[in-house]
Structures are given as C-alpha cells and as structure tokens.
Design a protein around this ligand. Structure first.
Ligand code: NAD
Length: 249
C-alpha cells in the first residue's frame, strides 16, 4: 500500500513532544513533509532529526500561535520554505486547572486564548492559502472534556467545546472550496505528563474507560492521518472521539 500522505506538506502546531510529536512522526512515516512549531527552540532539533531519519523534509519554527501576528508569520515562512501547504493540524494546547470558584479571569482567558485563539489565528492565516489552491484539510485537536465537561477544567472544557463550534462553522464556510475541517477528541492519553501519575490513580481513571487502558499518542496520530488524508474526501465537520469508548464522549 502506498504511503497515504505521500507528497503532502503538513503544518503541526506544538509538535516537540506528546501528541503533536507523535502526529509529526506518523505523518512523516506516511510520506508527508512536516513544518512544525514550538514556543521555544530547545526541543526543535530533536524532532527535526527524528523526522529527517524518516527521510522527510522537516523544519521547526519558533512561534507562539496564540498570537495572530506570530501565526501569520509562521504560515508565511512555511509557504516560502515548502512551496505549498496541504494539511494543518492545530494541536497546541495547555491546561491550567482549578475549581470555578477559585479560577481567576487570567487563568480562564489564557487557556481560551491558547487553545481556541490559536485555532482561530492559524485558520485565519492558512485560509487564503487553501482557498487559493482549492483544497486542504484542517484537523483540530479537541478533547472528550469539550464534549462532556470535567471537574476543575471549566476553562479547558470551554476552549475545547469552542473548537468544536468553530470547526463546524469553518467546515460550512470552506466546503465549497474543498477545504475540510474536522475535530479529533482524545480521551485519556498516556504522555510524558501522565508518567508521574500514581498507579492507583491511573487504575481509577482506567476503570472508567471501557477499553480499560489509556490511549497512546500514536493512536491519536492515526486518527489524524485518516482525517488529513485523501481517504475521506467527503468527510468534513466531524467530531471523532479517540477515547476507548469513554461513556460521555
Ligand atoms: P503537551 O503539553 O505534551 O504538548 C502540547 C504542545 O503544545 C507542546 O509542545 C507545547 O509547547 C505546545 N504549545 C502550547 N502552547 C503553545 C503555543 N501558544 N504556541 C505554540 N505551541 C504551544 O500536551 P499533549 O498531551 O501532547 O496535548 C496535545 C493536544 O492534545 C492539546 O491540544 C491537548 O489539549 C490535547 N489533548 C490531550 C489529551 C491527553 O490526555 N494528553 C487528551 C485530550 C486532548
């Protein structure tokens, strides 16, 4: 079977670790050239080297995509360096958890700005490029928390729910130009961040998952490959949970 992303160029935000890095590696192994960003330069060479080892063109850029100007500059640089952009994966995201009664306005606003504002900023920057070429696939990283809500994550849940509404609106606006917009909603995924969680707590969380285990970053990446690829040219405006069957999703 040929590589299903052969010849394509993808932008992936926040790809120096976790789910974003897994998406970059999986896309590259499917034949895709990769432009990615991170807020700091320190981890960029590691990801670039890993992607080069897979035989792909790859370049990391320093950009905080929650700011309109930096997102626009990032897209412009990628276009100059790669010539075209077929796929955008808006993966960058943060959490800053607390109960609503203790949550500050800054805590609320920053999570919305990074998680939802970055999706707006990157979509706005890429839209003219994809519009002009008459095709494109945008995959936005939601969360099951954006569907079901979660304790002490009202800011994060609101940002991820916002991504769903935003994506569905863009899907409608962009469909006539063959630009698809879909959302992947991971459940509980094992990353560097979850490595320090005590086993007892992990077991409690896993007991609520019908598949009785956390997902892997590559399992999220595989869903992104499908939605980004030409395997689903008639799929847009879809919200795809990748969560082992978690009840609320
Ligand atoms: P992570 O913290 O390991 O990685 C997030 C990446 O985004 C990092 O590389 C970080 O530097 C980057 N980033 C953050 N803010 C940025 C900004 N303003 N500009 C540029 N880059 C920025 O997190 P992760 O677990 O890999 O999560 C990746 C995405 O998946 C996030 O959107 C997260 O909300 C979502 N998600 C994760 C889980 C999970 O269980 N890990 C579950 C559901 C959804």
């Amino acid at each position: 079977m040929p590589n299903i992303l052969e010849g394509k160029v993808a932008i992936i935000t926040g790809a120096t670790r976790g789910i974003g890095k897994a998406i970059a590696l999986r896309f590259a192994s499917e034949g895709c050239d990769i432009a990615f960003c991170a807020r700091h330069s320190d981890l960029i060479p590691d990801t670039e080297n890993a992607l080069h080892q897979l035989g792909r063109k790859a370049r990391g850029y320093v950009a905080d995509v929650s700011y309109m100007e930096q997102a626009a500059q990032f897209v412009e640089n990628v276009l100059n360096d790669f010539g075209h952009i077929d796929i955008l994966v808006n993966n960058a995201g943060i959490t800053d958890d607390s109960a609503v009664k203790r949550m500050t306005q800054e805590q609320f606003a920053r999570v919305i700005q990074v998680n939802l504002g970055s999706v707006f900023a990157m979509t706005k920057a890429i839209q003219p490029v994809m519009w002009k070429q008459g095709f494109g696939s945008i995959v936005n990283m939601g969360s099951v928390v954006g569907i079901a809500g979660n304790y002490k994550q009202a800011n994060y849940a609101a940002s991820k729910a916002g991504i769903i509404g935003f994506s569905k609106s863009c899907a409608k606006e962009f469909a006539a130009r063959n630009i698809r917009v879909n959302v992947v909603c991971p459940g509980f995924i094992e990353t560097e961040m979850t490595a320090d969680i005590p086993q007892e707590l992990m077991d409690t969380w896993c007991s609520r998952i019908p598949m009785k285990r956390p997902g892997t970053t590559d399992e999220v990446a595989q869903a992104c490959v499908f939605l980004a690829s030409d395997m689903c040219p008639y799929i847009t405006s879809v919200v795809l949970p990748v969560c082992g069957g978690m009840e609320d999703a």
